[in-house]
Design a protein around this ligand. Structure first.
Ligand code: PEP
Ligand code: MG
Length: 911
């Protein structure tokens, strides 16, 4: 018989930490904590297989589950010395979700299961605390009503109906905190909540504890497929098939009095990575108060030692034991019941890219982990490294803003980074606005955020909330997204009805600019100038010395390890010396793609002259004008790269990108100018522009087809490359040009271009008396090239996969026009990723594999790289490692990310 239920408690557990896929992270770690002797209330885990069954069988449970739950429940009763539903000695349960990977706040939880009008009286007697018993009952009805019976606000302007009733009650009693409500008020609330549920959700609140527990279990499994959980999984690549586990656990109480508390903690700070136990706690409260961000909690590191010295000491001990055991920073949930700490959860803590780097490097320096462990993907997701390059506010600009009276308030600095943007109060509006205006930054300002706001948070540059602590939902999620985030900024009065934010005596409206510093928690009115991160200041601007920046020093120590283990080389896509310099500072080992057409954008007159030319002679005249510009550009690149290889691709785009009807319309004198340069007429120019028009330009006259039809273009570009190379070599700088032919599919295309390139090289060498090594290779960006790579590799000395075009030509999806349906495709799980961002490994990837294998079958040492945008995407980089490429090439700022991803895959593959 399948074991669907795993017990834990009283020193024994059926499961352990290795069983995350079956028990979920929470269940596996509860079992593990029991095993290492930490105080954990007894309970049991319903496995992820139950969830799979539930969805495969029309939301029903396996028949044998009922008995297994009952057996486990009785076992917990025995250990806890209390009975579920007893009228004299009742045991209460919580029911929490817990997937293989944590999905903070995305799924549901129900606490205090087992309370009804009878058990509440018994609980009051048993704990000697009538108030807390009724407080628990009030919470239970509220949570059950929300989560299981689905009583939600009608629309976005209505507050949560339960919270509205609570607020009325507080006002009525003249108190500000829930914990100050009288027993009478709590009893009234329980009755009012039940009535609300009956009238608005049309359901009776169940009094039978067994019915309650099954309702809660169903809701927890049901929440696996709610919208926010699905969005979250799509964002973080968690498969829908995994399912969640459900954990049913005996309740301990944080709300029995002032010697009780509830809290969440981190064994080190996870915003910046600073060592030391930290977190949030609330005295006389239950868990959801902290996480929901409804009350602003106290900080463990500031006041717990004086508030509850015994509990503080226990927590510190537990924290150390956990870090030693898991070799990783832990994010824990705990309850203090009558001065004793109980553990409800531990998991590896989510962290910002900043914190991830600091923690990994510190743990190595503290001797807890090795260099290779520090580089693990789960410790530093390669994408997160980009956060270290994020802009910060210029301190001078912040001073000016303060002097101008624009400082508004200070909250909790929960996610580093600086953001200036327009105020948006609703997540769905933020999402829509961002779709229409991707270039205008948004700051999402809310009283608090809830998981429903996920989509809007993704669209925002920064997230600012009036309530909540550093572990509230807003903080956790934005930190993980790498957004600047400030929470608990209690000076903000957010008015959803009038779309205003009142703060510091001012009233800001939605649409006004606001700026927030996620490093310090400061909020300013209007825009504040940002400036580059410390790593950029050290590496690129050289305005900060390495010894002045701890952030840089850790980055550099980490990147040292990265380079020790990675096998893939990392180059950059750069067209200017400035970009090349920046990329070299980030560790680029060469240029993998210089798109020569980008250089033409500064010389539009000359290129248009070339395009309009109807004869070889007039075209050569124009090319002669272009030659010196190209030569100077190439020489600049060679100098910047100082001996590193430079791959220069010949002209690629369809010519109408430089000259089309649109250009003629926008510049009325252009046709006349071109006619005079080419000794022709305005009509002839217009006719030529008409000829250039293409219905399907990406499949038209572009790539090497240009250089084949107009060989003089290739000859000019090759001359510019070799003359520049000779020039720079004479300056004493080593030069390694690699000339690359775009979009070839037939070996004959390649050979045609190769012949011109080599002849030009010879001509330049004999004219100057200087020779140098060079390579002639090709892009592989149409499927035919990959399939006939054996033929092409006999002639081509290197390959570079142009996965932008290869994706476009393999999938028959235009890279320029896929916007309107890709969102729909992703939301409906037709495809898992945007194939233009992450290589479609099964399709495009397989064609790449063929290209690699067949290419090397005729030239075993063939150097192969990738220069499509995928070269900076971690999972694509890892794929490139797996198929044996020599290098990836990406935009300058992605270079560190690609280096880290390459090291991670080398280590993972080497195991
Ligand atoms: C490619 O197609 O992947 C490529 C790098 O070339 P481009 O993006 O310039 O077409
Ligand atoms: Mg291309």
């Amino acid at each position: 018989m399948t074991q669907y239920v795993y017990y834990f408690g009283d020193g024994v557990a059926d499961g352990d930490a290795t069983m995350k896929s079956l028990l979920g992270g929470k269940g596996a770690n509860l079992a593990e904590m029991v095993r290492i002797g930490l105080p954990v209330p007894a309970g049991f885990t319903l496995t992820t297989e139950v969830c799979t069954y539930y969805y495969a069988n029309n939301r029903t449970f396996p028949p044998e589950l009922k008995q297994q739950v009952l057996d486990a429940l009785h076992r917990v009763e025995k250990v806890m010395g209390a009975e579920f539903g007893s009228a004299t000695n009742p045991l209460l349960f919580s029911c929490r979700s817990g997937a293989r990977e944590s999905m903070p706040g995305m799924m549901d939880t129900v606490l205090n299961i087992g309370l009804n009008d009878t058990t509440v009286v018994a609980l009051a007697k048993q704990t000697g605390n009538e108030r807390s018993a009724w407080d628990s009952y009030r919470r239970f009805v509220q949570m059950y009503g929300d989560v299981v019976l689905e009583l939600k606000p009608k629309d976005k302007t209505e507050g949560d109906p339960f919270e509205v009733a609570l607020e009325h009650k507080r006002e009525h009693e003249g108190v500000t905190e829930d914990s100050a409500l009288s027993v009478k008020a709590l009893k009234e609330l329980v009755a009012e909540f039940k009535q609300l549920i009956k009238s608005r959700a049309g359901k009776d609140f169940p009094t039978d504890p067994m019915e309650q527990v099954w309702g809660a279990i169903g809701a927890v499994f049901g929440s696996w497929m709610n919208d926010r959980a699905m969005v979250y999984r799509r964002t973080y690549g968690i498969p829908h098939e995994w399912g969640t586990a459900a954990n049913v656990q005996a309740m301990v109480f944080g709300n029995l009095g002032d010697d009780c508390a509830t809290g969440v903690g981190l064994t080190r700070d996870c915003a910046l990575g600073t060592p030391g136990f930290c977190g949030d706690y609330l005295i006389n409260a239950q868990g959801e108060d902290v996480v929901a961000g409804i009350r602003t909690p106290k900080r463990i590191e500031e006041t717990l030692a004086s508030d509850m010295p015994e509990a503080y000491a226990q927590l510190n001990e537990i924290g150390k034991k956990l870090e030693k055991h898991y070799k990783e920073v832990q994010d824990i949930e705990f309850t203090i019941q009558r001065r004793k700490v109980y553990m409800l959860q531990t998991r590896n803590a989510k962290r910002t890219g900043f914190a991830a780097v600091r923690i990994a490097v510190d743990l190595v320096n503290e001797g807890l982990i090795s260099e290779t462990e520090a580089l693990q993907k789960r410790r530093i997701p390669a994408d997160d490294l980009a956060q270290l390059l994020q802009p910060i506010f210029d301190p001078a600009a912040k001073n000016v803003a303060t002097k101008e009276g624009r400082f508004l308030a200070k909250g909790i600095n929960a996610g580093p980074g600086a953001a200036s943007g327009i105020i948006c109060l609703f997540a769905d509006e933020a999402e829509k606005f961002h779709e229409k205006n991707p270039n205008i930054d948004i700051v999402l300002v809310r009283k608090e955020t809830s998981p429903e706001d996920l989509r809007g948070m993704k669209a925002a540059k920064g997230i600012l909330t009036a309530t909540g602590g550093a572990s509230s939902h807003a903080a956790l999620v934005s930190r993980q997204m790498g957004k600047a985030c400030i929470v608990g900024c209690s000076a903000l009065e957010v008015d959803y009805t009038n779309s205003t934010v009142k703060v510091a005596g001012k009233t800001l409206k939605a649409g006004d600019f606001i700026s927030m510093d996620g490093f310090t928690g400061e909020v300013f009115e209007g825009k504040v100038q940002t400036k580059p991160s410390e790593v950029i200041q050290v590496l690129v601007q050289k305005s900060l010395k390495p010894e002045e920046s701890e952030t840089y020093r850790r980055y550099s120590q980490l990147m040292g390890w990265v380079d020790k283990y990675r096998k893939l080389r990392v180059r950059t896509n750069a067209d200017t010396p400035g970009q090349a310099d920046e990329a070299v500072a980030f560790g680029a080992e060469g240029i993998g793609l210089c798109r020569t057409e980008h250089m033409f954008f500064d010389h539009l007159d000359e290129i248009r002259h070339m395009i309009v030319a109807e004869t070889k002679e007039t075209r050569e005249e124009a090319l002669a004008k272009l030659l010196p510009f190209q030569r100077a550009d190439f020489a600049g690149l060679f100098r910047s790269m100082n001996g590193r290889p430079v791959t220069i691709r010949l002209l690629d785009p369809p010519l109408h990108e430089f000259l089309s009807d649109r250009h003629l319309e926008e510049q009325p004198d252009l046709a006349e100018k071109l006619a005079s340069w080419t000794n022709s007429t305005v009509d002839a120019v217009k006719r030529r522009v008409g000829e250039l028009h293409e219905a399907n330009p990406m499949l038209g006259h572009r790539g090497c087809r240009l250089g084949i039809v107009y060989p003089e273009i290739t000859a000019m570009q090759a001359r510019a490359i070799f003359e520049a190379a000779v020039l720079v070599k004479k300056e004493g700088i080593n030069v390694v040009p690699e000339v690359m032919v775009p979009l070839a599919g037939f070996v004959t295309e390649f050979k045609h271009q190769e012949k011109i390139i080599r002849a030009t090289a010879e001509s330049v060498f004999s004219q100057t008396g200087v020779t140098l090594e060079y390579l002639v290779g090709t892009m592989i960006e149409v499927p035919r090239a990959a399939i006939r790579a054996d033929q092409i590799a006999k002639a081509a000395e290197f390959f570079s996969f142009g996965t932008n075009d290869l994706t476009q030509t393999t999938l028959a999806i235009s890279r320029d026009d896929y916007g309107p349906f890709i969102g729909f495709y992703r939301e409906n799980d037709i495809i898992g990723n945007d194939p233009f961002q992450t290589i479609d490994q099964e399709g495009v990837g397989d064609i790449m594999r063929i290209g690699v294998d067949r290419g090397r079958s005729s030239r075993p040492d063939l150097k192969i790289g990738i220069c499509g945008e995928h070269g900076g995407d971690p999972s694509s980089v890892m794929f490139c490692h797996d198929i044996g490429l020599n290098y990836v090439s990406c935009s300058p700022r992605r270079v560190p990310v690609a280096r880290l991803a390459a090291a991670q895959q080398a280590l993972a593959a080497g195991k």
